[in-house]
Design a protein around this ligand. Structure first.
Ligand code: SDX
Length: 428
């Protein structure tokens, strides 16, 4: 098939032929990498029209609200799979068979503990430190403990690092929570499932046997699945950019955690609950919708809108259904769910939100389930980081195991032309 081309016509220059790349799914893309050699750059703040890399891991069709991980829809994975299976799929490209799954789960279980010295890091933090601040610090420090596996060109080092990160993030996340409470930091129990073990470390204590509700464990596991990966979002792009310099994977994941923390990204789930608290009750919804529409008001409807989805975020739909299931099974009647659903209904009928194609995203309902599970708002983004670690590692590994260049964007310079320094005693 003849290669499709784009013809770039620039006044005063010869026409430039640019190759058009055709993906398995999605839009054709113009390869602009030859522009530099022709004395031109592209300008695309926020990368709204720019593909930064080739990837086989996740595909999003924002127009129809579709999310595929290695070709499987998020709806099917959330309903029929579990988080560690999705981890295997994201890392290896295929779902595991029974033998592969048993081996994968067994290896993860053998890495759930952190080095005892890691526990000392926590004592350096104030008890009221935000758990994301602690997680950034502790995960970044992990590279100080694994000198045996920091050769990023060695596939075995990359593999053991993936296992260590997937296995240890729940342990570290729970330690961040327990430290804030002043309660003993819990050890993992390898007789428990992944989500069950996390809830054990979060809510258990050394004085009694932990009983983890299967309903909550299943809801937690589904939340982990829904947050596992999402293509080249801000934090994943941060991990790729950090990794492109050859930085070790623990440092790259710590960079991803930092990027995720922002309220425009993974910090939105915490911001949604704070927003619902601020709105208070249904009578205030119209007031806050007006604020969200007011260009002069910085208030945004948290949990709404998305760079890619211009339709429902399919994860939000699964999350909303799971909200009802979990709250009904727990017999919880959380007025925040009713408030959130009313807010969604009013916003989606408003011309502003319809015109700008602003729909609920993954963060809109997740906090309500997390709250029902008993997780404090300050831990919501920590859980997002825990879940997304496998996505970050899968993208990092995909980049490092193929030819890559250091990421180095250019700029549109609008500063001063060259000028000469005036001696201090002559300056006005
Ligand atoms: C995540 O990228 C990913 O994949 C991220 C993520 C993942 O899994 O990794 O999906 C997770 O980060 C979900 C998004 C969570 N963030 C929020 O819920 C915060 C609230 N949302 C907004 O901040 C915003 O929608 C973003 C940041 C999510 C997207 O911003 P964009 O793509 O830069 O779009 P934009 O800000 O240019 O918005 C387009 C218009 C603007 O108005 P105009 O300038 O055109 O007049 O819509 C308006 C915005 O002001 N707008 C909103 C709004 N979101 C966008 N107005 C009110 N409330 C909102 N929530």
């Amino acid at each position: 098939m003849t290669e499709k081309k784009a013809i770039l016509k620039v006044e005063g220059r010869d026409d430039l032929e640019l190759p058009i790349l055709t993906p398995t799914l999605g839009r054709d893309e113009i390869d602009v990498s030859s522009l530099t050699a022709n004395g031109l750059f592209t300008f695309d703040p926020g990368f709204t029209s720019t593909a930064s890399c080739e990837s086989k891991i996740t595909y999003i069709d924002g127009e129809v609200g579709k999310l595929l991980h290695r070709g499987y829809s998020i709806e099917e994975l959330a309903a029929k799979s579990d988080y560690l299976e999705v981890c295997y799929l994201l890392l290896n490209g295929e779902l595991p068979n029974a033998e592969q799954k048993e081996a994968f789960v067994g290896t993860v279980k053998n890495h759930t503990m952190v080095h005892e010295q890691i526990r000392n890091f926590f004592n350096g933090f104030r008890r009221d430190a935000h758990p994301m601040a602690i997680m950034c610090g502790v995960v970044g420090a992990l590279s100080a403990f694994y000198h045996d596996s920091l050769d990023i060109t060695n596939p075995e080092h990359r593999e053991i690092t993936a296992y260590r990160l997937i296995a240890k993030m729940p342990t570290i996340a729970a330690m961040c929570y327990k430290y804030g409470l002043g309660q003993p930091l819990m050890y993992p129990r390898n007789d428990l499932g992944y989500a069950e073990n996390f809830l054990h470390m979060m809510f258990g204590n050394p004085c009694e046997e932990t009983q983890v509700s299967p309903t909550l464990a299943r809801a937690m596991d589904k939340i982990f699945i829904l947050h596992a990966d999402h293509e080249q979002n801000a934090s994943t792009s941060t991990v790729r950019l950090a990794g492109s310099s050859g930085a070790n994977p623990f440092a790259c994941i710590a960079a991803g955690i930092s990027a995720l923390w922002g309220p425009a990204h993974g910090g939105a789930n915490e911001a949604v609950l704070n927003m619902l608290d601020e709105i208070g009750d249904i009578s205030q919804i119209e007031t806050y919708i007006a604020k969200a529409k007011d260009k002069n008001d910085p208030f945004k409807l948290m949990g709404f809108g998305h760079r890619v989805y211009k339709n429902y975020d399919p994860r939000a739909t699964v999350m909303r259904e799971s909200c009802h299931e979990v709250l009904n099974e727990l017999g919880v009647n959380d007025p925040k769910l009713e408030l959130a659903m009313k807010l969604e209904e009013i916003a989606l009928s408003d011309p502003y939100f319809k015109e700008k194609k602003l729909f609920p995203n993954v963060d809109f309902y997740s906090g309500i389930i997390l709250k029902a599970i008993g997780i404090p708002t300050s831990m919501f983004t920590v859980i997002f980081a825990l879940s997304r670690t496998v996505g970050w590692v899968a993208h990092w590994n995909e980049m490092i195991s193929n030819p890559y260049k250091i990421g180095r964007p250019r700029q549109l310079y609008t500063g001063e032309k060259e000028r000469h320094l005036v001696p201090l005693n002559e300056r006005k």
